[in-house]
Design a binder for this molecule. Structure first.
Ligand SMILES: Cc1ncc(COP(=O)(O)O)c(C=O)c1O
Ligand SMILES: Nc1c(O)cccc1C(=O)C[C@H](N)C(=O)O
Length: 426
């Protein structure tokens, strides 16, 4: 196995400050400790950490799977349950804004993924939104286009749903590496489903160029933003994305099972023919007409009754973004992952881990994946020692770096504990 190397690749983002020449012979752990302290005190996002309810003395590096709660969520949910539901009851659908919450909160999510208002609706799971997006995309495609391309390394649910969507729409399906999807699209391709950041490796796929190549081939682009929304800048409108989906329980901290979202670009909305035309997307839902007539706009993506408790937990979680610039989040994310990799290189016994995540900044999301023997057992021990990441079969340790609450000192502690665990594990 090769040791991780950590040469910063992108001059546009400041790398972590390097050690002064005089420190070269000093104890590497002490040098890293000083650098972590300096980086934390210079961090423009350091005060945002106080918006989260974190477990003291634990390093939580699993926000790319389930983000922690914000400090406000308990009070909000207690008000929603006690007053809005408990006292106002049914009147809250209008009086407390429940009915329009999917679009209202959709606009808030939209602001974090480069979507102008009126194009994002929150509801259902990512899996369900992948289904809506893919079937609707095939229905929009010109006649004769009967192929769906899917990112070969995709999170499994996207692949399963795409396969079923293909069978239902009479399409064939072809799995292609994300970086080759643009070139693979041909005159029969209706749509491609691509992950912005790969869940296992942490690789960031080139959304602008893949989208442009798909459009040049006459195909539509559906992006899964689960691992990029809230972790790095996304420009759905700017890059001309057709449809996109994502979850809200990772970097957006909505809570376990919080609803996902669907983006439908404004000019495509009149042609968005939902495969799940529930009453919530009807033009006149309370008219109770037997025939379906779709509403205008993003709310065509709605299906049934919204998940109000988790939607409103998400609403409050999004307050954590007040005043936060996503460019600062990206700069800190890259600095954190650089610093973690550098600390791993310095502290972990040589040859024990191999870096899976691409080193060039332009290809890196906000996680570090390390290949490691006995990775399941190693992660269990890390967790027992207060460093929470996760393990993805068969041999990957995943560490998610969430700039709103993760400190450089946390990254160093994780590397130090990993080194200790690997010293003691065969
Ligand atoms: C890239 C990606 N897509 C989809 C999902 C699944 O989403 P859901 O469980 O909300 O359907 C996940 C994670 O659970 C994911 O990482
Ligand atoms: N959605 C999850 C769940 O319901 C239980 C446990 C984990 C998850 C996840 O989000 C997994 C995640 N998408 C991943 O990247 O592996």
């Amino acid at each position: 196995m090769s040791e991780p190397t950590t040469q910063p690749q992108d001059a546009a983002v400041d790398p972590a400050p390097s050690a002064p020449a005089s420190a070269v012979t000093a104890d590497p752990a002490a040098v890293l400790t000083d650098r972590a302290a300096a980086l934390d005190s210079a961090d423009p996002l350091r005060a945002v950490r106080d918006r989260f309810a974190l477990v003291p003395d634990e390093v939580y590096l699993d926000g790319n799977s389930l983000g922690p709660p914000t400090t406000q969520v308990m009070d909000r949910l207690s008000d929603v349950v006690g007053r809005e539901w408990g006292r106002l009851g049914i009147r809250s659908w209008d009086g407390s804004g429940w009915w329009t919450a999917p679009e209202r909160i959709g606009d808030r999510v939209g602001a974090l993924v480069g979507a102008a208002p009126g194009q994002v609706v929150v509801g259902d799971s990512t899996s369900v939104n992948v289904f809506k997006a893919l079937v609707a995309a095939v229905r929009m495609a010109p006649d004769g286009r009967d192929e769906i391309l899917v990112d070969a390394a995709t999170f499994p649910t996207d692949g399963y749903i795409a396969e079923s969507a293909a069978r239902m729409t009479g399409c064939t399906i072809r799995a292609v590496a994300a970086e080759e999807i643009g070139a693979a699209a041909g005159e029969r391709t209706a749509v491609a489903l691509v992950n912005h950041v790969d869940y296992r490796s942490g690789r960031l796929n080139d959304l602008p160029s893949v989208t442009a190549a798909l459009h040049a081939a006459g195909a539509l682009a559906v992006w899964d933003l689960c691992h990029s929304a809230g972790a790095l800048p996304v420009a759905l409108d700017g890059d001309g994305v057709d449809l996109a989906v994502g979850c809200t329980y990772k970097y957006l901290n909505g809570g376990p099972g919080s609803p996902a979202y669907l983006y439908v670009r404004r000019d495509l909305q009149p042609r968005f023919d939902s495969p799940l035309p529930g009453w919530n997307s009807h033009a006149d839902p309370f008219g109770m007409a037997p025939a379906y007539a779709p509403a205008d706009g993003a709310l065509r993506g709605r299906v049934g009754t919204p998940e109000i408790l988790s939607l409103l937990a998400l609403d409050t979680a999004l307050d954590a973004w007040d005043g936060v610039d996503v460019a600062d989040v990206r700069a800190k994310s890259l600095a954190l992952t650089d610093f973690f990799l550098e600390s791993v290189t310095a502290l972990v016994p040589p040859g024990r881990v191999e870096t899976v995540t691409p080193l060039p900044h332009a290809e890196r999301g906000s996680q570090v994946s390390l290949r490691c023997a006995n990775s399941g057992e190693v992660m269990r021990t890390l967790t027992e020692r207060g460093v929470i990441g996760d393990h993805r079969s068969p041999d990957v340790l995943r560490f998610g770096f969430t700039p709103l609450y993760t400190r450089f000192a946390d990254a160093l502690r994780a590397a130090r504990v990993l080194a200790d665990v690997l010293e003691g594990t065969p």
